[in-house]
Design a binder for this molecule. Sequence first.
Ligand code: MEV
Length: 310
Amino acid sequence: ARTGTGRAHAKAILFGEHAVVYGAPAVAVPLCQLEVEAEVRTFHGAETRIESELFAGTLQAMPERLQPVATAARASLAEAGLGSAAVQLRIRSAVPHGRGLGSSAAVAAAVARATADFAGREFDTEQLYGIVQQAERVAHGNPSGIDARAVAARGPIRFQSGSTAELPIGAPLTFVIADSGVSGSTAEAVAGVRELRAAEPARIDRAISRLSDLAEGATLDLGLGDRAALGARMREAHELLGRIGVSTTALDALVDAACAAGAAGAKLTGSGLGGCVLALVDSEEQAERIALTLRAAGAQRTWTTTVPVA
Ligand code: MEV
C-alpha cells in the first residue's frame, strides 16, 4: 500500500499574542521537540478513516471538537487532487491540546504534508498555509495566521497582518515552558478581548499598542541577543496581557515563581486563560533549576528548549 508521512512542530509566541489579531507585529519561536506525525495510507473502504489518541472512526463521524482536523484532512485531499479518495489517516501528537502551543495548527500542517507526500508531491508554503488557515478558522473564528506560519517555520519569525519574515537572533535562547495543566480556549480568549475592547476601547487599545511596541522592540533585542532586555519586555507583556483579561492567578503565580528564581523574564504564551508560561533563562543548567521551581509552583509539566542561532 502507498504511504505518505508528514510532520510539524509546536510553537510558542514570544511577543504579540492577541495584539496580533488587531494588526500588531508578533514574534514566535518553533518548539522542535514537540512534534505531530501524520501518516496517510491507501484504504480499501468507502470512507476516509482517522486514527489518533483522541478518536478512531470515519471522517464523517468526527465529533464537533475535532472538526478542525476533519477540515484539514478534507482540504488536504482536495488540494492534492484526491478529493474523492478514501484513505487511512493516522495522527500521533506530542503537542498538548489547548495549551497555547499551536497543537491545532501543527496537526493540520502534519496532515497536509502527509497527504501531499501520499500523492507524490509537496505543497508549497502558500498551499500549506491555506490548508492550515482553513482548519484554524474552524478551530477559532478569526485566526491571525501566526500559528499557521509558526508551525511550518524552521526558526523564529516576525509576523504581522498575514506577512511573515524569518527573524535572525544574535545569541541562542533557552526557554522553560511550564504547563499550567488548564486548557484554555483560543476562541473564548479572543472573544473576551474583543468584548472588553468594545466596552473600554481606549484602555484596551492602549494595552494593545504597548504590546505592539514591545514586540517591535523585541525584534531588535533578538538580533542583538540581549537577554536582559527581552526578559524585561516579557514581564511587561505578561502584565499587559493580564490587563486585557487573558491571564489567570495560576499563570501569574508561575510567572512570579520563574522571575523570583532568576529567570530573565516570563510571560504567558498563546491565547491564555490557561495554557502555558514561557520563561527565558540564561543557561540549560539554570533551566533545570527553574523547571523544578515551576513544578513546585504548580506546573503540571515543563519542557526546556533552546532556539539556536541559524
Ligand atoms: C494564538 O496562538 C494567538 C492569538 O493571538 C490568536 C491569533 O493570533 O489568532 C491569541
